[in-house]
Structure formats: C-alpha cells, structure tokens
Design a protein around this ligand. Structure first.
Ligand code: 0A1
Ligand code: ZN
Length: 888
C-alpha cells in the first residue's frame, strides 16, 4: 500500500520553473481508452493519435509520456510491438524518440485501484470506482502527455461487473453500450470537446440517480443528473436547485451557456478537496453536495451552493479556456472563485458574503503571505504542484480579478471577459492573456497591475488626511510598501484601486471633487494608487470629514492608519458602506483586544471600557440592520487574526484576553442577548434563505454569549434548543457552544448526538470537529482517543480534516500548548499519513510553517518536529517541499 501512495523522493526533489516552460513536442488529437475495471487490477488500454506540434521549439523532440506507479504491459507504435530497447522508461516518464510526424501509439497498463490511498488517479471509495486527475493524476492511469496544454478528444469505454457496478460514467455523451456473457457490461462515452487529461473522469458503482433538466436560453434541453449512494437519495434537492441557479446565472451575467447535452455530478466519500470540474462529470466530496435540513447546517447549504456554482462555472473558466501550465493555475481558479463569490452575492446578501470572504483572506491568505510558503498568485517555481492549491492562488487570485473589475467597472469587465472567451475558446493560455483581453477590451494599460500576479506578499497602505477649514480642502496622503517574501527581497509598487468616501458628522457621504476637476462627481471614488506615496486633494469640503477608506475592501491590503476609538465607533455606527462599518467594529475590537493582551502580559487587572460595550449594545439592538450583519459585527476577531496583529504571538495571552472580552460582553449585555434570543423565536420549517439564515445566526450567536455568563438559565436554554430543534444549524450551534464548557451535560449531549447520527458520516465529521475545537484543557487527550474511535478512519480525508485538521489549524490555544504535545501529535499524524495520502499530510504539516512567529521555546519545539520529519527517508515530494521551505 505504502509503495503505491508514495513518491519516492530518495534525493531532493527537483524544482520546476516557469521560465523553463516549453511547448510539447507532440500533440494528441484523439485518445481512445478502455478500462476493464477490477478493484485489485484494472487493465487500461489506450490508443493515442499523435502529431508533431507545429508550435514546438524544435522539430525533432521526443514524445514524452508521463507515467507514475504504472505497470507497462505492452506498447505498440503504428501496429508494431516495441521492446525495451525502443523506448526510455523511468519511474516518471516514457520517452519515444525518432517517431514520424504522425503516429498511433497503443499502450496497455495495469493499475491497482484498491490500494490507491493517495486518492489521485483511479481509486475506490465506498465500493465505487472514481478518479481524480487534477493536477497530475492521469499519469497514474496510463502513459500520456499529462500537461494541460495538450488538449485531446477522448473516447472512453468502461467494462465492469454489471451487478456490482450498474452505473458506468465518463465525460461527454454515452454513445454505445452492451452486455457480455460473463456478467460484465460496458458503456462507451465520447467527449466532443478537446480537453487536457486533468479533466478526464470515470465513475463506476451502484448509484442512485436524481434527474432534472435545464433549458438553456437558446432553447437546448440539458439533462442534469446527480448520482449518490442509495442511502443519500433524499439529500440531492439543494444541489440540483443550486446547479440550475448557477446555469441561469452564468447565462444572465456572462452570457455563457452550457455546451453538452448532459451534466452529471457524483458524490464520493473519499476525496482530497471539495470538488472537481471534470468535463460534464463533476466529482464532489459528499460533504460539498449532500444536504437535508436535519443533517446540514446553513453554512453547509451556503457552501454547497457556492461550490456547485464554482465547479459549474469552470466549464467556461477552466475547461473551454484552460491553463497553459500549472503556474497559471490562478487563471482558472482566481477567476472562478471570483465568479462563485459574485454568484453567492447575487443570490444571498452581498455584504455578508464580502465580509466572510475578507475574513478568509485575512485569517489565512495574509498569514500565508507572511510565511515561508509565501508565493505569488502566479508562482514561478514549485516542487509539487499539489502544494499550490492555496488560498493565495484561489482567494488572492480572486481578489486580483476583483481589482480589475474595480478598475474597469462592471461593463468593462464583461467586455473583457467576452473578448477573453472569444479569443481563447479551446486554448490553453496564461494569466497574461487574461489581462491582455481586459486591456484590449477597455483600452487601458495594466502593465504595472501585472505585478499582482508576480509579486508575493501583502502590501501595507498608510493613510493620513489633513483638513484645511479655510480652503475647504482635504488632502489625503496614501503610501504603500510590501514586506519581503522568500526570494523577493525588494518589491516594486503595486497598482492599487482604493475606494473611498468622506463622511460628514451625521455619517452622510460628501460630494467629491478632486483638485483639477470642474465639478463634484458622485460621493465615492475609486482612487488609483500607483506610486509609493501619492497625494489626493479634495476641494469644496465643507466640514472636517471622517474618512471611509477601502470601501468593500477594494484591494487585498493591510491598512495602517491612526484611528481613535471614537472615530471607529462613529464609523461602526454610521458608515454607509456595510463592509467598512463592520470593519470599523473589527478594528475597534482588535485595538481593544491588543490592549487587553498587553494587560494580560503585564499581569494587570483586566478591564473593558464602557464605550466599547455600549457600541456593541447599540449594534445588537439596531432595528434596521440585517440580522446576519449584526452577527458578523458582534463576532470578535479570531485568535489567529489577532496573532497576525502581534509582533510575536503569545497564544495564551491572546486566548485569555479574548475570553475575558467575551465574558464581559456576556455579562454586561446579558439582558439584550436574552431579548434577541427569545424574539423572534425559533422558526420552522427550515428554509434556506438569507433572512432565515440571518435570524438563526444571530440567535445562535446570542446563545453562545449567554453561555459565557455561566448562568443556569443560559444552560437550560441551550439544552432546550438541543432537545427541540429539528434543523442541524440550531442543533450544532447549541452543541458546539456547550462543548466549550466543562459541564456534566456536555458529555451526555455529545454521546446522545453520536447515537442519533452514527449512520451519517457527514454528521459524524461535525461531531469530531466540535470536540477537536473545544477550548477545554484536555482537548488533545480527547482528540488522541478519538483517533481510535470506530467512526474514525485515517484514510478518509474528511475525517482527518474534521479531527486532526480542526485541532491543529482551528484550535490555536490547544495546538500551541507550551509543552509541545500538540506539535508532537501533529508530527506523528503527518508521518503516519505521508505514506497513505501525501496531499493530506502536506496540508497538515503547514500548521508548523510559521514557527518563527512564536516565542523561543515554541520555536524550538516546532523546529524540532520539522526536523524530525525531514530526517525520515522516502518522504513524499509534497511533505518534503513544505517542511524544507519552512526550515529554510
Ligand atoms: N479544480 C478543483 C480543485 C481540485 C484540485 C485538485 C484536486 O486534487 C488534487 C481536486 C480538486 C476546484 O477548483 O474545484
Ligand atoms: Zn476551481
């Protein structure tokens, strides 16, 4: 088993550089594949029609076929069998030299799905066959030029036992099928669209299918099918509804129609990521597709809608126009995340979506930018591409696309997209091509803007304003600088869109006229900061304004600005931009928390200023604000976000300060929390819409604060919610709040929950996660003992994420416990997992990357663990890359 999963990085793995890109020597016009599916040994026959690439740099390059962990059974060229002397074979590739300009290559390989625990290539999950080929999984299926710039027409025949695998699926349309005398059957699929091998997929299993249809705006009928294990038949409605919403949205917003007659989604239990956009046959992690009110939370519903959208949108941004090489990953991912964010914003609450996206960016992407793994949105080197499916490539990539949209406006952006799709349909291109289409469609120059793709790091913007009452001018000075990142000591200035408004004393935005303009135009502006320091002078400003800067988070930057608590409280109460209003509250909370952290460090008596409490009270009681926005406003910055604000991270002081603030708010605002909790009362039946979700989120936030008070009344409310509610949102909220308290009911309720839900793996993941996220001091012991729980399986990524991932990445105070036990625990899991699933192992080990941010004792402990990993021979490339870069 270990052998299959492991990339044997006996020596240091080599680094691949963007600058070394060369077009392929050969193209593959067509491939026919035949799979004889057997769990232990599957036979794969392929027939490739290849042709010399006219765009290659030389006219005599060899045909390079990638292959990994394959048994080569036979190979023929133009019908003649080759023997070993006719080709060069090593454990990464098969090279064929001296071929004609055109040739037919036939290859037979044997692979072993049932021992494939890496979940790349062809593997088995809950007795079904499935594949994951992005980024380089296809080479674990057969020898092939496994690179995205080779786009090929695929025809695929699947042969399997009919009783055990009644459903046989691949990309495109089914064109033929039949039965064999030995109990097997077969189906042939043909995909008319040329595609790179990373978009290949097959599925075989005993699956229930829920069907629907969608009529495109040009009047074509598309059959929609969701395939799930039979016990999940009642959990498909939301995904299907979301899919239809996504199809309609892409037509309305981008003018993009679906192109095949059938669109399929399959849910699998074992999957390394969220989902995969294989052409016409999306494969989803079951947790990202299945939902019912009893088993899925609002967050799950929301997530499913956005991931279904994401994968569907890839059909244009990724599949029809794909990436030239993997350095261009953000071409498809940044753009598609931007598209799914906009989809969610249009269907739900825009400000709430923006706030949660910015929270992700600040908590994870900014942290990555400040770590040894910092890389540009378009990285220029990697050892293992799987390590670059990151918040930088995805989420910062989306911010970069959003900034282009901010600069050219919505209409200009649509024009740019139309041109991009027109120019490049059917091609494999670069982020530069994307930017060039935006430039050409809008007649602008984005030369400087391109630095967002090539320079890593989070720029820091400084802002200071001066008002001159006599001349009625307001002069704003903006500066920018970006800290060094590995390999990039010095950064050039970025081109940064900075949206702003100037507010009068009642919070109204003032009309804006920049010096040199003949009249005021509008009351907010998108300034363009291009130099390291720039001044903007606003004229005709009748009173000292309050600056509302970076509205809607118009650029992924950190803002450095002196702000008094009063000014922040004013913005928190009045800013007309919902994002900035929330942000003012967060900044106020952070500023106050940073003071409390200092008090903790000095052993001083902690106290919370009354005006802070009053600002929270006002927001809580605000009658006109959207409930979801109130929830966001009253949620304190996370411990990891606070850690990012500190020069050196003191996990215990951060935890103590934040807990103190929560308790103070709970006690001082107890009656207000109780009022809001009781009114409007629980709603049933469950509905997934912005208003109902907002209501539930606010009630559950109130409940968690009420519990902080420790009152019997709050505890009763929590238990009663657990007893009476029928939706998972309210159940889970109550249980996870309760699990933070060492009360006898805690264990009792956790056990009850387990007994009720043990047949449902998605719900049991939540149960693991709640326990791993508890702040109680014995959490690590609990987590260690849960590793041996019958419901835990180290080979299942969802279980690993729920238990190990949650503890190491979502429980700062317990993971970083000063005895180093958390680090030891993580290292043991990483070493155990590396031979099972290197991608998962590498994701986990990044929790140790930022060791330099901590005190010297923790630094030493983390460094030791990293060294313990590095000392192991035969580490995967995935883990080696993260660990060696972390230690560099
Ligand atoms: N392209 C998918 C994400 C994905 C990437 C890699 C995978 O396996 C290593 C799986 C999925 C997406 O963006 O949704
Ligand atoms: Zn994607």
């Amino acid at each position: 088993m270990a052998d299959f999963a492991k990339d044997n990085a006996a020596s240091t793995p080599r680094t691949i550089y963007l600058k070394d890109y060369q077009p392929p020597a050969y193209l593959v016009d067509e491939v026919s594949l035949r799979f004889e599916l057997e769990p232990a040994t599957t036979r794969v026959n392929s027939r490739l029609v290849v042709r010399r690439n006219p765009g290659a740099e030389t006219s005599d390059g060899a045909l390079q076929l990638h292959g990994q962990n394959l048994e080569l059974a036979a190979i023929q060229v133009n019908g003649a069998a080759l023997d070993e002397a006719d080709y060069q074979l090593d454990d990464e590739q098969l090279l064929l030299d001296g071929l004609d300009d055109g040739a037919v290559i036939e290859i037979e390989t044997l692979i072993h799905p049932d021992t494939n625990t890496a979940l790349e290539g062809l593997y088995i999950s809950s007795d079904m066959f499935c594949t994951q080929c992005e980024a380089e999984g296809f080479r674990r299926i057969t020898y092939f030029p496994d690179r995205p710039d080779v786009m090929t027409r695929f025809t695929t025949t699947l042969v399997a036992d009919k009783a055990r695998y009644p459903v046989l699926l691949s990309n495109g349309n089914p064109v033929d099928q039949g039965e064999m005398e030995d109990g097997r059957h077969w189906v042939t699929w043909q995909d008319p669209f040329p595609k790179p091998s990373y978009l290949f997929a097959l599925v075989a299993g005993n699956l229930y299918c829920q069907e629907d249809s969608f009529r495109t705006r040009s009047g074509r009928n598309v059959t929609l099918k969701i395939f799930v294990e039979p016990e999940n038949r009642n959990k498909c409605d939301h995904a299907l509804a979301s899919l239809k919403q996504a199809m309609k949205w892409d037509e309305d917003t981008y003018g993009r129609e679906y192109d095949l007659d059938i669109f399929m989604i399959v849910a699998v239990n074992d999957f390394n990521m969220g989902a995969m956009e294989n052409k016409g046959l999306n494969i989803f992690n079951a947790s990202c597709v299945l939902a019912s009110p009893e088993t899925a939370t609002d967050a799950d519903y929301y997530n499913i809608q956005s991931i279904i959208g994401h994968e569907y949108f890839h059909n244009w941004s990724g599949n029809r126009v794909t990436c030239r090489d993997w350095f261009q990953l953000s071409l498809k991912e940044g753009f598609t995340v931007f598209r799914d964010q906009e989809f969610s914003s249009d269907l739900n609450s825009r400000p709430v979506k923006r706030i949660s996206d910015v929270n992700v960016l600040r908590s994870f992407q900014f942290a990555q930018d400040a770590s040894p793994m910092a890389h540009a949105v378009r990285p220029d080197a990697y050892m293992e591409i799987s390590n670059f499916y990151t918040v930088t490539v995805y989420n910062k990539g989306a911010e970069v696309v959003r900034m282009i949209c901010n600069l050219v406006g919505r209409e200009g952006f649509r024009k740019g997209c139309d041109l991009y799709f027109d120019r490049h349909d059917g091609q494999a291109v670069t982020t530069d091509d994307f930017v060039a289409a935006m430039e050409a469609a809008n007649g602008i120059d984005l030369t400087q803007f391109r630095r967002w793709y090539s320079q890593a790091g989070t720029p820091v913007i400084g802002a200071s304003g001066q008002y001159d009452a006599q001349t009625r001018t307001y002069r704003l000075t903006l500066t920018q600088q970006c800290p060094p990142t590995p390999g990039q000591e010095h950064k050039e200035a970025f081109h940064i869109p900075v949206e702003l408004a100037l507010l009068d004393s009642s919070g109204q935005p003032l009309a804006l006229q920049l010096e040199g303009e003949s009249s005021p135009a509008g009351n907010h502006r998108m300034l363009e900061l291009k130099q390291t320091s720039q001044q903007f002078e606003f004229t005709g400003i009748r009173e000292q304004p309050v600056l509302s800067l970076l509205s809607g988070f118009s650029a992924p930057v950190k803002l450095q600005m002196e702000r008094s608590d009063e000014e922040l409280a004013f913005l928190f109460a009045h800013d007309p931009d919902s994002f900035n209003r929330w942000n003012a509250g967060q900044t106020l909370a952070s500023q106050t928390l940073l003071q409390l952290i200092e008090q903790v460090q000095q052993n001083a008596t902690l106290s919370l200023q009354d005006n802070f409490v009053q600002a929270f009270r006002k927001t809580l009681q605000h009658a006109d604000l959207d409930h979801a926005l109130i929830t966001q406003a009253l949620s304190l910055p996370s411990e990891s976000y606070l850690a990012d604000q500190c020069a050196s991270v003191d996990v215990d002081a951060i935890h103590t300060a934040r807990e103190f603030m929560r308790k103070q708010l709970a006690e001082q605002l107890y009656d207000s929390f109780l009022d809001v909790y009781r009114n409007p009362g629980p709603d049933k039946p469950y509905r997934f819409d912005a208003a109902s979700m907002g209501r539930r989120s606010l009630r559950n936030l109130c409940l968690s604060y009420l519990l902080e008070s420790g009152s019997d009344e709050a505890r009763e409310l929590c238990l009663s919610q657990l007893q009476h509610t029928h939706n998972m949102t309210d159940t889970l909220a109550a249980l996870s709040s309760l699990s933070q308290h060492n009360w006898p009911e805690r264990v009792e309720q956790l056990n009850r929950f387990y007994d009720r839900w043990k047949p449902d793996p998605q719900v049991i993941d939540k149960w693991f996660s709640i326990q791993a996220g508890s702040r109680l001091p014995d959490t690590l012991q609990q987590v260690e003992s849960l590793l041996t729980h019958p419901a835990f399986r180290i080979t299942n990524p969802n279980k690993v994420r729920a238990l190990v991932g949650k503890f190491c990445m979502g429980n700062q105070v317990r993971f970083h416990s000063s005895d180093g036990e958390g680090y030891r625990f993580l290292t043991d899991r990483v070493l155990e997992l590396d031979s099972i699933n290197p991608q998962m192992a590498a994701r986990l080990v990044s929790a140790l990357s930022r060791w330099k941010r901590f005190d010297s004792e923790r630094q030493g402990l983390m460094q030791n663990e990293l060294q313990r990993i590095l000392a192991v021979t035969g580490l995967s490339r995935d883990v080696f890359e993260i660990v060696s870069k972390s230690l560099d």
